[in-house]
Structures are given as C-alpha cells and as structure tokens.
Design a protein around this ligand. Structure first.
Ligand code: TGC
Ligand code: FAD
Length: 397
C-alpha cells in the first residue's frame, strides 16, 4: 500500500523520467546549498550577484531545453523542474534565470540567424554573457502591440538600423550584455526583434538604469532600457519573425516555466508553515497544528500545489509533442500564480507576528508572488485570453 506524502500528495514524481528526477535533484541540491544561504541578505540589500548565472551555467541549468550550442537539450518538464527548484528559494533568482534561458536565449535560438546563434548561445549557456528581454514600455504593458520603440534605416551608415525608444521593468537590464529589444520597423510598422550588444553601442545611445526600492523581487535586478538612435547592424535583426507572435512565442516558454516555478515557492511556504505550526504552542501547550483552522489552511495549500504541479506536467508533455496551445499555458500560468499568491498569503497568518520578520522567509515569498501574478501577462489578462477562446469574443478593447 502506498503512503500519503504531504510533500507530493498526488505522487507527481511517478510521472517523471529517471533523467528528469536526476536533473531535479541536481538543481534542488545547488539551490538549497548555494542559493538559500545568501538570499536573505541579497533581498535585504536589493543585490543580485551575476556570478549566480555562471554557477548555474556550470551545472547546465541555463537554456536547458535548447538542443546544441552547449545546452543540455532536456525535456520541457525537466526545464521547469529547474525553475521550481530555483523558485523554492526565491522568485527573483528564478526570474533572472527565466529571462536568460527562455526569453533571451529562447529568442535567439528560435529566431536568430545561424551566425547569431553560434556567436551568443554558447557563452550565454555558460552564464558568461547575460541576457535581457525588452518588450514592456512605460506607456504599454499589457498591450505591447501599441509599443512606440522604433527602428529606422541609418541615414548615413549602410547596413545599420537606428533604434529609439524606452523599455521599463526589464529584468537583468542593468547588467545585461545582450538585450533582445522589440521595436516597430519604421518602413513597415511591423514589430521586429533586435539583438542589441551593449559593447557595440556608442556612448550615449544605450542607458540601462536600475529601478531601485522595489517591494518585491528584490533579489533580482530590474531596470529600464533607453535607446537613443542606437546603431544596430542589420544582421542583428531576427530575419524571419514579424509581429507579436515573435515575443509571444518566447513568452509561451517563460510562462510555462513560471507555472511550475511558483509551485516551488508555494511548497516552501507549506513546508515552513507546517514546521512552524508543529513547533509553536498556544492554549494549554497545544501546537498550532492541532487546531482545525490551521489544518484547513495547510490542506488547501497542499491541494493547490499538487493540482498545479500535475497540470503543469501535463501541459509540458503536450508542449514536447507540439500539442500545447497558448491558452493552455495561460490557464496554468494564471491558476498557479493566483493560487500560489493566495495560499502563501493565508499561510503567512500561521506565523502571527513572526511573519513580519524577514527571517521567517514567508513574507518574501508573498511579496515575490505578487510580481509573478503581474508579469508575463497579469492574471486578468490571461482571464481575457481564456475568455476570448471560450466565447470567441474579444474583450481587451
Ligand atoms: P493578438 O491579436 O491576440 O495577437 C497578435 C499576434 O500574436 C499572436 N499571438 C501569439 N503567438 C504565439 N503565442 C502566443 N501566446 C500568442 N499570443 C498572441 C497572434 O496569433 C497574432 O498573430 P498574427 O499572425 O495574427 O499577427 O494581440 P493583441 O494585441 O490583441 O494581444 C493582446 C494580449 C493581451 C493577448 C497580449 O498582448 C498579452 O498577452 N499581453 C500581456 C503582455 C505580456 O505578457 N508581457 C510580458 C512582458 S515580458 C515579461 O514580463 C518578462 S518578466 C520575466 C521574468 O522576470 O521572469
Ligand atoms: P498595465 O498594463 O498598466 O495594467 C494594469 C492593470 O490593469 C493590470 O491589473 C491589468 O490586468 C489591468 N488591465 C490592463 N488592460 C486591461 C483590460 N483590457 N481589461 C481588464 N484589465 C486590464 N517586461 C518585459 O518586457 N521584460 C522583463 O524582463 C520584465 N520583467 C519584469 C520584472 C518585474 C519585477 C516587473 C514588476 C515587471 C516586469 N516586466 C517585464 C513588465 C511586466 O510584464 C508588466 O508589468 C506586465 O505585463 C503588466 O503591464 P503594466 O505593468 O504596464 O500594467
């Protein structure tokens, strides 16, 4: 007879291959031994150590689902087990890794010319070159189709575009070597992707100031991208892809990684709340865990974590078979982020006043999970994507 395991109530491990289990263990060990001890100070100081990406690169954790170019070529589910391990420690660390792997490397891999792939992917897989992905603008977040960033033919220098515009809330931008920037080609009005190499930008044409004093995701670095007639060689424009489907193809992978990733943060909250409830005694020496209201909070959270994990594995399998639709990814991204945020907030109550101390770790997850529910499509935007698919009626405008 099988035993119920509170850490994995619906035995999701049974759905994983030997290779996936091994990758997950490697990632979990690295995260618990190397990242967990430094996250509290990093979050307090709002400091991101770029060496983390090099450490991840050495373990083969970056761009892990990409085949070739020094990447591991693992399954979609295995890639997301890595994000779950990282997010168990902190969503900010996962964010930095997701942008490197799914958004920057993913864009170059899916849409770059063979030369761009050879030139950038191997160094990015090692974490020696850091990537960023600039889609959101100060005036256009949920509606990136209205972006103002523009690329025009260089009037004097043949073979170059001049990029002008601003992007905001861009993970990794202050430390990025390689910035994937989406802008409208002036000649056609169509959105195109450009690889901006910081080293190739003349002084004053590219600025990437950090956004400081964040209330969440403080262990990652976030900034803006200001481009002022920045010359970019034409071969750095992604040759084939045009329109929003370029950035959204990359977002499908990143959103998928978040869907399983946030289950890691929620599981860490469950673990910590369970331990606390067994140790803390109130009323006649009883542990909090003895009280039914406390048990219900843990039961609700464990149920949502287990359901969310199974759903993510199912969509990951379909993705590898080419059968996952963007709506499926919207569904699991929305549901898992919403449930992780809601449950972490409820579990926070178990800690009483101690939840207010950052040393109990729970408040950091709650603050981070607000961000996960907001970026890569705020949950209500995913509701509208699903609503459109269900009714056939567009509700955005
Ligand atoms: P719509 O008409 O829906 O679509 C325009 C074109 O794009 C195609 N498309 C997709 N293709 C592939 N995958 C998807 N998920 C796609 N979604 C749309 C679509 O087929 C169409 O193609 P075509 O050939 O007909 O031109 O466009 P819309 O302007 O009505 O879009 C509305 C909406 C709400 C769906 C969309 O704009 C949206 O999802 N908004 C949310 C914005 C967002 O997610 N931003 C993310 C910024 S990056 C980020 O947050 C990184 S944080 C990373 C970290 O730190 O971890
Ligand atoms: P808005 O679009 O102004 O939306 C505000 C609110 O209005 C939301 O609740 C939204 O759901 C709602 N709303 C908007 N339109 C509608 C509608 N039609 N119907 C109903 N409700 C609506 N972007 C990048 O490109 N790259 C990154 O690396 C990146 N990293 C980020 C890191 C952090 C820490 C944060 C906070 C954000 C990051 N983002 C990044 C930006 C993120 O993707 C956007 O914040 C997000 O897409 C929402 O856009 P917005 O903030 O402009 O909100």
């Amino acid at each position: 007879i099988s035993q119920f395991t509170w850490e994995d109530p619906l035995a999701s491990k049974n759905l994983l291959t030997e290779e996936e289990l091994a990758i997950s263990e490697t990632a979990e060990r690295y995260c618990q031994e190397q990242l967990q001890p430094r996250v509290l100070q990093a979050y307090r100081d709002e400091h991101y150590d770029p060496k983390i990406l090099e450490e991840m690169g050495e373990l083969g954790l970056l761009g892990a689902t990409i085949d070739g170019y020094g990447c591991a070529g693992v399954s979609t589910v295995a890639g997301a087990l890595i994000t779950r391990a990282v997010e168990r420690v902190d969503s900010g660390y996962r964010s930095s890794m997701s942008v490197q792997s799914s958004l920057a490397m993913g864009a170059i891999h899916d849409f770059g010319s063979p030369e761009l792939k050879e030139k950038y992917l191997p160094e990015m897989a090692k974490g020696k070159l850091i990537g960023a992905f600039g889609l959101t603008e100060p005036n256009h977040g949920s509606d990136p189709g209205s972006m103002e960033a523009v690329a025009r033919e260089h009037p004097q220098k043949e073979g170059y575009y001049l990029l002008t515009g601003s992007k905001t809330w861009i993970t990794n931008s202050p430390i990025a070597d390689v910035l994937v920037v989406w802008a409208k080609l002036q000649a056609t009005g169509k959105i195109r992707g450009f690889l901006v190499n910081r080293k190739q930008c003349p002084a004053g044409t590219l600025e990437t100031p950090a956004i400081k004093n964040k209330t969440g995701l403080r262990a990652s670095i976030t900034g803006m991208i200001h481009l002022e007639d920045c010359p970019v060689p034409k071969e750095n424009m992604f040759p084939e892809v045009e329109g929003l489907k370029g950035p959204f193809a990359c977002l499908n992978s990143a959103r998928y990684g978040i869907a399983l990733g946030v289950m890691g943060a929620l599981e860490d909250c469950i673990d910590r709340a369970r331990t606390y409830s067994l140790e803390r005694k109130q009323f006649k020496g009883n542990p909090l865990a003895k009280y039914q209201l406390i048990q219900k909070k843990l039961a609700d959270a464990a149920t949502d974590a287990a359901y969310g994990t199974l759903a993510a594995i199912q969509v990951g399998r379909l993705k590898d078979q080419g059968k996952a639709t963007p709506e499926m990814i919207s569904m699991i991204k929305r549901q898992n982020c919403d449930r992780a945020l809601h449950n972490s907030r409820v579990l926070q109550e178990i800690f009483g006043g101690n939840a207010v101390s950052d040393e109990y770790m729970i408040g950091r997850h709650v603050a981070n999970l607000y961000v996960t529910q907001t970026y890569e499509g705020q949950s209500d935007i995913h509701s509208l994507i699903l609503g459109r698919a269900i009714t056939g009626v567009q509700a955005f405008v």
